[in-house]
Design a protein around this ligand. Sequence first.
Ligand code: PLP
Length: 378
Amino acid sequence: MKRIYLDHAATTPLDPRVLEAMQPWLSAVGNPSSGHQEGRRAKEAIDIAREIVAESLDCLFGEVCFVSSGTEAANLALLGSALGTTSSRRKILFGASEHHCVLHVAPLLERLGFEVVEIPCDREARISAESLAVLLDDETLSVAVMHANNELGTLNDISSLVRLAHQAGAAFFCDAVQTVGQLPVTMSGMDYLSFSAHKFNGPKGIGALCVQAGAPMEAVIRGGGQEREVRAGTENVAGIVGLGEALRIAGLEMRERQTRKAIARAAFVDKLKTDLPEARFSTPELPELKGHVHLRIPGIRAENILIALDRAGISASSGAACSSGSIEPSHVLLACGYSQSEAEGGLRFTFGHENTPAEGVLAAESLTREARRILSRQ
Ligand code: PLP
């Protein structure tokens, strides 16, 4: 059975061209910090990737800091900026629908003496300018709001939020893990921006934090002086090369990829609307991220249908954390105002440019079949 992979928001397949670019660096001996030829070559490979990132995000070469993941990048943005600040401001604002890599940093920030306040989101996980404005004051040190929500696929109007934060004298961190490599994204005006290579057909275990020149930043991982003293540790050269190549290709193929994804998604949605009218889509309009579909089928828990779909050859997700075998209700849906039982039913199908419309139709048929089977047993 050929499986249909519809979990691209979780991770994407490694592009064979990216693997090819990485391959020599998996076995190359040079440490980028060494002064000899092998070391210098490894450093050059990293610098090429850094140039690609700087050009793509319209930031300076020296503003790009490679780290191990989107999670590490967010942790570094929040902790590094809080530790590095000379300001006496002590309030940090987080969007309520942020990824756990932001939300779970709150207890640490609180232990460091900061006050963390959540900005409520709307029914589609968006943070409005109004909800940010009422919380901003002259105590606010920084604001963290993601570009696109990983569960619903909806976008925040980041430039308005950045403007408001800056007017109040606060710094802005944007988790752009779901958008870099998918949509045109630039640093413009942001103080900190994070992304991760495995979301755009690059390797897992490598990401970056862009830190605007002059923005406060204290190293959290300490040791050598790698990554401009912001993040110590011998660099993952192959991973960084892969990130650069994946981003370069994503930039060249962005438009075509968006179109392919949108067509496959539309085939799925159209078929599902006809065959399973009980399905409740979480966004009345399809979300801005072209691969995302988020829905619930009243009366069905996400884990039950996901197991059935997995057996039927379809990989999807609830978009929620899976701990010790049981799926927790999505914190994003709870923040959006859904009830506990509704939040336990959220299903996320995320298409990639590799998916075809025929796969979209097949997935909708499988989902309908499995949903009817579960409902008939209740
Ligand atoms: N932020 C968002 C919005 C994400 O969707 C993810 C991953 O799903 C992350 C951060 C974490 O990225 P990584 O898997 O590279 O740690």
